[in-house]
Structure formats: C-alpha cells, structure tokens
Write a protein that binds this ligand. Sequence first.
Ligand SMILES: [Fe+2]
Length: 349
Amino acid sequence: MIGAHTGLNEKVLAYRPSDPPVEEIRPPKDRAFFADLEKRSLLSAVTKVKHLTPYIGTELQGVQLSQLDEKQKNELALLVAERGVVFFRDQDLTLEGQHEFTKHFGIVDLIHLSFYGRLDIDIPLFSKTGTLTKSIHVIAFAEFHSDHSFEINPPSYTLLRMVKTPEYGGDTIWTSQTALFDKLSPTFQKTFEGLHGVHSSEHTYINTINRGGTTFRLPVRREHPLVRTHPVTKQKALFYNPAFVIHIAELKGFEALHTLNFLREHLHSADDLTVRWQWEAGSIALWDNRVAVHRAVPGGYNTEEREGKRTAVYGEKPFYDPSSKTLSEWQAERNQNEVPVIKTELDGF
Ligand SMILES: [Fe+2]
C-alpha cells in the first residue's frame, strides 16, 4: 500500500532528529554533457557491449572501472543516461576507490544517504577529506522506487557495488521510466505532463523509528513534476514511484488514488521495459536514478549474506521541459542521423 507505516505513536512523536532540513543545491554540469556521442573512447576499452534488454540495461565486459580515464567516465555517464543502468562484473574497486570514482560524476550525496536505519546495503560516509568515517545500513526496498525521490535534489548517478551475496536470491530489477512514459497513449501523456507527484518520506521516517533505527532529519513532503526531462538526453520520463509518491497535487483524493493505482499497475506489468540483475561479489550497477526505478526482489535468502556499498551524487532539481522528446521521438531523430535504433511500438490495452 502506498505510504503505509507502522504507526504514528508517542515514540515517533517524541523523536528529535539531529540535523536541520536540507537546502536546494546546484550540482555542477552533468558529466554526460562532455561525452562524445559515439562513446568511442569507452567502447574501445571494453571487450564486449552486451545489451541485456531492448529498453534498459547494458553490461560492459573486459574493463575495470578503476582504470577508466576522465573521457571514458564522461562517456559512461552518457551511456548510463541512455540505457538507464550499466553493469560490470569482477571489479577491483575498493571502498575508497568507489568514493573517488563517484566523485567524478558530481557532488557525492552524504547527507541524504544517511537518512535510514539498517539492513543489507551499506552507505559509506566520508569526511570532507575523503576518509571513511562510518557506515550505516539501509533496507533494500522491495517496492519500486527511485532513491530519495522526496528530496529537493534526488540522486542522479548512483552506484551499488556488491561485496558479498547469497548463491541465489537478492536480485535487483530496474525499469525504464523513459520507456514507461513512451508506452502511454498520447492522451495520457498529455494529461500527465502537467501534473506533479507528491513524494513523501513520512512513512519511512515513522517505520525507521519504530524499528529502532536512526533517522537524521524530520520527514519531508515534496512536489516534483510527474513527467520529468532528462537534462542531457532531453528525453521525457515518468517520475513516479510507488514507494514514495503518495498523491498527485492537482487531483482530488480519489482521482489521485486511482491514477496512482493505474501508474503502479503500468509499472509492475512492464516486463518488457525491465532488466533483472543477478549479483555476484564484485558486481557493480551504475544507474541513472532520474530515469530508472528499481526494487530488490525480496525473500528466500539470508539478508546477512548480502552486503553492498552504495554511493551517489546529487541530481538537479527535477524539471519538465515541454520541448523535450518521448523515447520514440528521440529514436526517430537518431534514426535520421543513421545511428541504429531499437523500434518502439505503442501497445494497446
Ligand atoms: Fe534503492
């Protein structure tokens, strides 16, 4: 259920978070703006480019992230923006190396990612000089979400490195919000383009306190465009996730409820727009949290056997540009420029 929590009780009401609210920040120019559109430098360094599905997810083989130069990292940023998530296996990145690598993509988000309690993903916290100070644990969310979407500046490039993992179980699924928007009818697209999702951290705040965890700030409720423009690709994407979006600002209560139910069904039935990744120790996923939602597949494994390290950078404040393009329009434009494209078909119901 959207926004379900374990109870607004006296313990929650008496809780006093230590940190003040976060102000808006202006992140530096997205590194993907500096990339060669053909990504020649990055692609010449890999042994294989394996697209895992038509719409989302590419695995790059035969390359170590620790060895990439600035140019290749910029091209990787563009590839992540276009493919939603890019995967690697058998990586030699250390924790400090991961922090250094992440810094290339912007301002590492330390405050926001220190928001939660416990469980099977570590958020390493670094001091300003880059020294590891402590780690906290967060719950691997079983419902689709984009990380911290309720913040003013939700993360953009986000990296999860798996340190240990059970033999099976604990996979992660990503779904393309760009393709989800593209699959809607033009009428629904037009309707959603003017709306704003209301993102809330209230239920996670309450749940964290009731589970005995630590949360550093008071909960927030924030409106973001329901259809968002990617600043680099200029593609339109839904900016919806059932874990944090509790209302649609412009709609009446039941209008919003049924619209959110539709969006959740649209998302959960989108097997064709989805990639499922089975982790191994040393695997890395680098995703664009602005255009891909994800979920941990729950159950059937011991969470003690799963340990990952996540780092992320601040994204821009989400915005909608009416002149931006659907995925189909973007692909058609590329086609004119004779770059191979994947055909998109609009589904009927
Ligand atoms: Fe997540």
